[in-house]
Design a protein around this ligand. Structure first.
Ligand SMILES: Nc1nc2c(c(=O)[nH]1)N[C@H]1C(S)=C(S)[C@@H](COP(=O)(O)OP(=O)(O)OC[C@H]3O[C@@H](n4cnc5c(N)ncnc54)[C@H](O)[C@@H]3O)O[C@H]1N2
Ligand code: MOO
Ligand code: MG
Length: 422
């Protein structure tokens, strides 16, 4: 008798997995290695930015009150005290009707409260004495880049769990973070199971196909911010598979296998979980593709039994593995970002289970559209190449027409969802 499996809703399956996601760990990396990592602590301003009042222009620092009567007909002349370049400070006091030549980024002399751009001045030299004159008045604060105008000391600028972008790197450097606390990448092992599998370098033979899932999953792990351990491929043979998987669990934080989770004579993962004494969280989900996705738990580690069919494997990773990686990276929105879009083609198939259609987004003048991307079977591999989202068609629906409003899960968005499931 073939075992009868009871499908559970996607949201229920995701809940069971993330309840066992475990917690993230921290490590310190040099700022030059920080790009693409995730902050393990809030990033606070350690001092105001800019840290001193400075000139935003090349020009002259003046006391604004001295310019009060300046006009086209009656220019006011200032004696130049010195030149202050960026990185230097005034060495002389600026007195009545005196000005300091100042460059962009240089600290303002204490007595000055306005800057005049070089282009608005007329410069003269008499007996070695440099002067400049202006034809309009300036107010206190004109053309000054004030202390703290960018940020005040103590402000939280970037939150824990944020991916380090080039902009975040700039902020780290500004505050002197030579080393930064980031989330340690969870180490994820991948075993592809299947006696039909050839390596990527091998020629096709009758009955055999190349192992695409392991390379695909490795790329998905890297994209999500995890560390990959490629473990190779296993023949459909119970004892050797069991021994390899048992051994692999000790080497990694999370183990992914692909294939062998359905009810076939050579689908050994269910027997292996049993033999390991692992707790199976579910082995049937009301979704297509990936209904046979199985997740088990052993000694604090999650074992993901992704389907062998490439599209099912891909979807299983994005819905169940990705949020676990994200939670270990301290992300607060660990699931794929959900947005509303319109269908740009009919999708007439009925949906007994929730369907995740590999699709492509387009940004039109009248909004966001999503089009199913080619061959839609669970075994499809080529349609994965152009997919940047999943259209989500709820179970129990009878097909959809062009223009219908649908939910879409984005595969490439840095932003995530707190909980996209209803
Ligand atoms: N009687 C039933 N048969 C099947 C059921 C079912 O409910 N009852 N479910 C079907 C569904 S749905 C799926 S999905 C597949 C899942 O199969 P498995 O996860 O057990 O995977 P395999 O049987 O090992 O392989 C399935 C398919 O995928 C190819 N494959 C496997 N590994 C790779 C790889 N690394 N790279 C590329 N392609 C791979 C494999 O050759 C098979 O064609 O079961 C259905 N059957
Ligand atoms: O598990 Mo299968 O991928 O539902 O088609
Ligand atoms: Mg099978």
């Amino acid at each position: 008798m073939v075992e009868k499996r009871k499908p559970i809703p996607v949201g229920e399956a995701v809940s069971r997995v993330i309840a066992l996601a475990g917690s993230g760990k921290k490590e310190r990396v040099h700022i030059e290695q920080s790009y693409g990592r995730t902050l393990a602590e809030d990033l606070r301003a350690l001092h105001p930015v800019p840290p001193f009042d400075r000139s935003p222009y090349d020009g002259f620092a003046i006391r604004s009150k001295d310019s009060k009567h300046a006009s086209k007909d009656h220019p006011v002349t200032f004696t130049i005290t010195e030149t202050i370049g960026a990185g230097f400070v005034a060495s002389k006091k600026v007195n009545e009707f005196e000005a300091a030549r100042i460059m962009t980024g240089a600290k303002m002399p204490e007595e000055c409260d306005a800057v005049v751009m070089l282009e608005l001045t007329t410069q003269t030299s008499k007996n070695g004495q440099e002067s400049m004159s202006i034809k309009r008045a300036f107010k206190k604060g004109d053309n000054i880049s004030f202390t703290g105008e960018d940020t005040k000391e103590g402000d939280v600028l970037v939150q824990k769990g944020t991916k380090i972008t080039p902009g975040v790197v700039a902020v780290l450097a500004t505050f002197g973070y030579e080393y930064v606390e980031v989330a340690r990448k969870p180490l994820i092992g991948i075993y592809a199971t299947g006696s039909e599998l050839l390596d990527v370098s091998e020629e096709l033979e009758p009955g055999k196909i190349r192992n695409s899932n392991a390379y695909m999953a490795a790329a998905q792990i890297t994209a999500a911010g995890g560390e990959v351990r490629m473990l190779g491929k296993l023949d459909d043979e119970l004892e050797s598979c069991y021994a390899s998987i048992r051994e692999a669990i000790n080497q990694v934080d999370i183990l992914i296998t692909t294939g062998g989770v359905s009810v076939g004579d050579f689908d050994f993962l269910p027997a292996i979980y049993d033999k390991l004494g692992a707790e199976v969280l579910f082995n049937k989900i009301a979704m297509r593709p990936g209904s046979v996705t199985t997740v088990a738990h052993l000694n604090g580690k999650l074992l993901f039994g992704l389907s062998g069919n490439p599209s099912a494997c891909f979807v299983g990773f994005e819905l169940y593995v990705r949020p676990v990686i994200n939670l270990r990276l301290f992300k607060t929105k660990p699931h794929l970002l959900k947005v509303k879009a319109r269908l740009s083609k009919d999708f007439p198939k009925p949906n007994p289970f929730t369907r995740f259609v590999r699709s492509k987004l387009s940004y039109e003048e009248n909004g966001l559209f999503a089009a199913p991307n080619g061959f839609d079977k669970s075994s499809a591999v080529t349609s994965l190449a152009g997919a940047d989202c999943f259209i989500v068609l709820p179970g129990g629906t009878r097909g959809y027409a062009e223009g219908d409003r649908i939910d879409v899960l984005l595969l490439e968005s840095a932003e995530g969802s707190e909980w996209p499931w209803t």
